[in-house]
Design a protein around this ligand. Sequence first.
Ligand SMILES: [Zn+2]
Length: 247
Amino acid sequence: MNTFDQVKEIIKNSNNIVFFGGAGVSTASGLPDFRSATGLYNRKNNSAYSPEYMLSHEFLINHPDEFMKYIKENLMVDGIKPNACHYALSKLEKMGKLKGIITQNIDSLHQDAGSKNVIELHGNIKDYYCMNCGKNFDLDYIKKYEDIAICDKCGGIIRPDVVLYGEGLNQDNISYAINLIARADVLIIGGTSLAVYPAAGLIDFYRGNKLILINMEATSRDNIANYILQGDISKIMEKLVEDDDEK
Ligand SMILES: [Zn+2]
């Protein structure tokens, strides 16, 4: 049996699958991958600052107007829809096979596809709050402003509820993710170069022997996987959850 068929069989036989995903999951939807050759970090921009610095806590504090402008131009992409990978995972959850999705993405495409149990390690670009009083705001409110949005309650600066460089991850999210991974029968990791810590370190909590890695390119951690599938994750996931009777 080839690897694809083996993995399909594993998914078919498990009801305790956990998915850990990165930027590659959203690239088929047209969102830029951060670290690949064509990704955001390698794109030329018209600023004197690096993308990493423009997405840092320090940059938000020192240049809030430029920070928000950068966020709006590069991360708040309109009209982006979930792809076949998002829908495949949503289907697995509805079938009672997938216990949770842990994602490094901030685009909420998993929820748009109907997934319920989604842990967003880096927050969500659709949620905002006032840095002064903590009041929550949605995307519609933010879009009324050209650069910095101002709180209607206290006049404070509003920021996205995402984890920036120089900021720590939410500890409740981390604990919950560790718990899911440690209990998982099958762990599917997809669309991530596994380069970002501590998020990538989470997978070390997996205790099973069905670790499936799905990626376009080889990663530095390929050796930890029991099964490796290389290629477009949206196509692979779609085929993996496809009912053979539907063909
Ligand atoms: Zn406020």
